[in-house]
Design a protein around this ligand. Structure first.
Ligand SMILES: *Cc1c(COP(=O)(O)O)cnc(C)c1O
Length: 225
């Protein structure tokens, strides 16, 4: 199916979730996760009105950036090795996977501007998931004060791959509560207004729990090259 049809369907579903939750559609950004698909397919997404693209690998991002450039905003959503920061920093608008001090230090050093970052949180406690434990988030953010090029605009999480919607919802809720706590600290470098959560299978729940940035791959652009 062409991306424009998929995008329409998703927008309708987002609209419905916003109505259920009493939220404003304009507060929600859809990031098309193009990690599975070709440059052509990513271009098709942009031509269909998608303005945000997300990649989880440096190589994928650079390849697509070369073809698409500033026609989209670029989101780095995967584990980022510190040594690769210098290669990607000039091309990304937001980094969704800040999870350690060494990475913050490297971003601060290599960026020539404040970079908008989400702190990644492991809300499910699954071993396989990246991100900080919830209780480590505030001390971590407090430790970023000396890095003017790291701006914490929100928190990010990946829900567990389970059928149990209540459990997924609890993870999103936990992230939202944590976000509100960080926000109440009023750190100038950590406004923390945003929640990056919700993927193809759970974005409806994420919207109901306050998501501002949805990361949608397979349902929006597909998952085959
Ligand atoms: C792949 C990926 C997504 C998108 O997953 P889908 O289930 O295909 O929508 C979202 N976030 C992250 C961090 C990813 O790696």
């Amino acid at each position: 199916m062409v991306v424009s049809e998929r995008f329409n369907t998703i927008q309708t579903e987002i609209n419905q979730a916003c109505e259920r939750a009493g939220r404003d559609l304009s507060d929600i950004k859809v990031i098309a996760v193009t990690k599975y698909v070709s440059v052509e397919r990513a271009k098709e997404a942009v031509d269909s009105g998608v303005t945000e693209l997300g990649e989880n690998r440096l190589e994928g991002l650079l390849e697509k950036y070369e073809a698409i450039g500033q026609a989209a905003n670029w989101h780095f959503i995967g584990t980022l090795q510190s040594r690769k920061v210098k290669d990607v920093i000039d091309y990304v608008d937001m980094i969704h996977s800040l999870d350690r001090k060494s990475l913050a230090k490297e971003i601060n050093k290599r960026a020539n501007r404040p970079v908008q970052c989400f702190v990644q949180v492991n809300t499910s406690g699954e071993e396989s998931k990246h991100g900080l434990k919830p209780e480590a988030v505030i001390p971590f953010i407090e430790s970023l004060e000396s890095y003017p090029n790291v701006q914490v605009i929100g928190l990010m999480t990946m829900a567990p791959f389970v059928e149990d919607e209540d459990y997924i919802r609890q993870c999103f809720k936990k992230l939202r509560e944590l976000k509100d706590q960080v926000k109440s600290l009023n750190f100038s470098y950590a406004p923390c207004d945003n929640l990056s959560m919700g993927m193809s299978n759970d974005f409806h729940i994420a919207i109901e729990e306050g998501a501002t940035h949805l990361r949608i791959g397979s349902k929006l652009v597909g998952n085959e090259k």
